[in-house]
Design a protein around this ligand. Structure first.
Ligand code: GLU
Length: 460
């Protein structure tokens, strides 16, 4: 508990000390979880101005409570591969915060998945979901299972085993998972099938990102990438800039990246580079998106295959080398910490004007610092990539109403949501003395709604 000082700077200092103390406890309680610490540090530092202004958040121990997941489930996932060998993976679901709605957030299947990754993603999801304006709490889950190189049969058996356990903890009004890295419509289909079988009922709203034929929403596939570009478009407009005629680099070549490229191209940008976890391609003529879609969505090949169809393009090993490509706008849409200090410095010295984070936490804290210091427009992930989960919430709404909206209807709702997130983040940054700093603005705007709900609901 802090004592309120008359002098504003002494007061801010004591709030800073309080925040540091809570952060130290987080580190002690969650040792060796560097990604989780990074996500918490960024949010906590952003919240200092709001805590200084509204002592009730400190009195009600909101920071101490919000950083502690309501529940974490960790479970064994045994399955049998095509050769008959028994394999065991670890499954997770973190049910982080349900103050404003059922837990909501994706599942990530990737060998790097561990408690730190799932907790950082779950923590971010609380604020992201609040920013969408939809009634959804924060959650995340996944497994260290690597879908790469697995047969459809192996993926199905893994998903069935994963869901047999997870089904005990989720439901349309409790916790609603979706996709993330390594989990697309194929995996969601297998997960939904198993949930339906073990629960004995068709509960459409238990998962989002479903196939269109059984309760999925049109425009969900495009939503994260389109949403990132809609958000960046708003940010650019404020500085009289636009995608039209600009050179864009988009890392990744998964769902987020492909649809960010598509929307940027529709708005008149030339996208010259994209990547996968092995390397990146540079095509000075502008990337041919149909080829990328065929390679990644149909043939499931590596991005290096692009040069077979487009010999003028260059493939280079080392995916992070993509940030050496000069551009006006960079959209990191691959994974966490893909832009470090050195890459940020390179982007700045090559004249980048704006960064839009399509992936979750793709820039390190040092990289963000460099962008902000150099007056580069910076759209932070929890605001810029909120389009995916926004349309997931619209999918839940359609499932509850037992109807489905046209593509244009969902897309226009998504566009309105992204504009709204931009305006709310910008306004919060201004109100709390950091005009133009969307990192602070998004964190505060997302936090306030959840914190107020937590106070109203008592100490739980
Ligand atoms: N995995 C996505 C995210 O990071 C989407 C989550 C969802 O649709 O629930 O926000």
């Amino acid at each position: 508990m802090i004592t309120l000082e008359k002098d504003q700077s002494t007061h801010t200092e004591s709030v800073q000390n309080y925040v540091n103390q809570v952060f130290e406890t987080v580190k002690k309680r969650n040792p060796n979880e560097s990604e989780f610490h990074q996500a918490v540090k960024e949010v906590f530092e952003s919240l200092i101005p709001v805590l200084a202004k509204k002592p009730e958040y400190i009195q009600h121990a909101i920071l101490e409570r919000i950083v502690e997941p309501e529940r974490i489930i960790s479970f064994r996932v045994p399955w049998v591969d095509d050769q008959g060998n028994v394999k065991v993976n670890r499954g997770f679901r973190v049910q982080y915060n349900s103050a404003i709605g059922p837990y909501k957030g994706g599942l990530r299947f990737h060998p790097s998945v561990n408690a730190s990754i799932i907790k950082f993603l779950g923590f971010e999801q609380i604020f992201k979901n609040s920013l969408t304006g939809q009634p959804i709490g924060g959650g995340k889950g996944g497994s260290d299972f690597d879908p790469k190189g697995k047969s459809d049969g192996e993926i199905m058996r893994f998903c069935q085993s994963f869901m047999t356990e997870l089904s005990k903890y989720i439901g349309p009004d409790t916790d609603v998972p979706a996709g993330d890295i390594g989990v697309g419509s194929k995996e969601i289909g297998f997960l939904f099938g198993q949930y339906k079988k073990v629960r004995g009922g068709f509960e459409a709203g238990v998962l989002t990102g479903k196939g269109i034929g059984y309760g999925g929403s049109l425009a969900r596939k495009e939503a994260t990438g389109y949403g990132t570009v809609y958000f960046v478009e708003e940010m650019l407009q404020d500085r009289n800039l636009s995608f039209e005629g600009s050179t864009v680099v988009v890392s990744g070549s998964g769902n987020v990246s492909i649809y960010a490229m598509e929307k940027a191209m529709q708005l008149g940008a030339k996208v010259v580079a994209c990547s996968d976890s092995n390397g990146y391609i540079y095509d000075g003529n502008g990337i041919n998106l149909e080829t990328v879609k065929r390679i990644k969505e149909v043939e499931k090949q590596r991005i290096s295959a692009y040069v077979t169809d487009h010999p003028q393009a260059i493939y280079t090993e080392n995916c992070n080398g993509i940030w050496t490509v000069p551009c006006d706008i960079a959209l990191p849409c691959a994974t966490q910490n893909e832009i470090d200090q050195a890459s940020a410095e390179l982007l700045v010295s090559n004249g980048v004007k704006a960064i839009g984070e399509g992936a979750n936490m793709p820039s390190t804290l040092e990289a963000i610092e460099i962008f902000l210091e150099n007056n580069v427009l910076f759209a932070p992930a929890k605001a810029a990539n909120a389009g995916g989960v926004s349309v997931s919430a619209l999918e839940m709404a359609q499932n509850s109403a037992r109807l489905s909206w046209a593509f244009e209807e969902v897309d226009s709702k998504l566009h309105a949501i992204m504009k709204n997130i931009y305006q709310n983040s910008k306004k919060a940054a201004q109100e709390y003395g950091a005009p133009g700093n969307l990192v602070i603005g998004a964190n505060i705007a997302g936090f306030v709604k959840v914190a107020d709900a937590m106070i109203e609901q008592g100490v739980i």
